[in-house]
Ligand binder design. Structure first.
Ligand code: SAH
Length: 265
């Protein structure tokens, strides 16, 4: 393996910052400091305006998401922009929703930048799945209900073998795991069918959209009802789907009080 080129001299810096699920108060202090000193910010789609507003008024802000129905900026172009700015001596912050290393291709970005000789610092953010479940007052693990948790994408890289949901369902059942599915709304029907091969139809499920934002909505149902509930409640991306017995109490409450079926936070 060829060693990465040595860091460029006289260059600026690049920090990958986790912007959390949306609520600016969920940012880390480190993240806020990095955003405030940045001279160039490259901002992802799911980063809220309130967070971008923390940047210096003189900073250059580049939106690289797919807002307004436009296509997202190609990954290679984003990396090129970062590289150019760092070479010009800028203090670059790459703002990514949630945690930079939980999906969202943060790992790829760091690899490419390091290969080009740029030293990258990474600041954690609260990942959406964690914030979503907590907003319902539900723990991801619980000694009585779940011994572990799996963060998993419902949308594998095009061309790659997708997740073996049937195997995952069997493992989640026997090992008592909570499943937190990102990017799963559009494929929910198929995910539901496959999970039902290994998990009881009565397994509680929650779908949480826009976690931590004032626009947050959620629905709780059984696994057998997942797709029907998403359709009926018009739940859309960005949402996380949480599957597991940690939601038993929430589901029981809702079955006792049906008007609590969907709720704003
Ligand atoms: N790095 C991010 C995930 C990026 S992948 C993180 O750690 O949270 C994008 C997916 O994250 C969305 O499709 C959705 O499943 C989830 N997501 C991001 N923000 C969300 C939010 N505020 N509420 C619910 N889901 C969210």
């Amino acid at each position: 393996m060829t060693p990465p080129p040595s860091p460029l001299t006289g260059q600026g810096s690049c920090t990958l910052v986790g912007a959390g699920p949306g609520d600016p108060e969920l940012l880390t202090i480190k993240a806020v400091k990095a955003i405030q000193v940045a001279t160039v910010l490259l901002v992802d789609d799911l980063v809220s305006e309130a967070i971008v507003a923390l940047a210096s008024p003189t900073a250059r802000i580049i939106h690289v998401g797919k807002r307004g129905g436009c296509k997202s900026t190609p990954q290679a172009f984003i990396e090129k922009l970062i590289l150019m700015a760092v070479r010009e001596g800028e203090t670059v912050v790459r703002l990514k929703g949630g945690d930079p290393f939980v999906f969202g291709r943060g790992g790829e970005e760091v690899e490419h930048l390091q290969a080009a000789g740029v030293r990258v610092t990474v600041i954690n953010g609260i990942t959406a799945g964690l914030a979503a479940v907590t907003s319902l007052g539900v723990p991801l693990t619980h000694r009585e209900h779940a011994h572990g948790v799996v963060f998993i994408t419902g949308h594998a890289k095009p061309g790659s073998t997708g997740t073996d949901w049937k195997a995952l369902a069997a493992t989640a059942h026997s090992a008592r795991l909570t499943l937190v599915i990102y990017m799963g709304v559009s494929g929910a029907h198929s995910i539901q069918d496959q999970l039902l091969t290994g998990l009881p139809a009565s397994t509680p499920v929650a779908v949480i959209q826009n976690a931590s934002l004032t626009s947050q909505r959620h629905a709780v149902c059984t696994l057998a009802e997942l797709q029907r509930t998403i359709t009926r409640e018009k739940l859309m991306s960005p949402s996380v789907i949480v599957v597991g017995d940690v939601l038993q109490g929430t589901l029981a409450l809702q079955q006792a009080l049906p008007e609590a079926r969907t709720a704003r936070a």
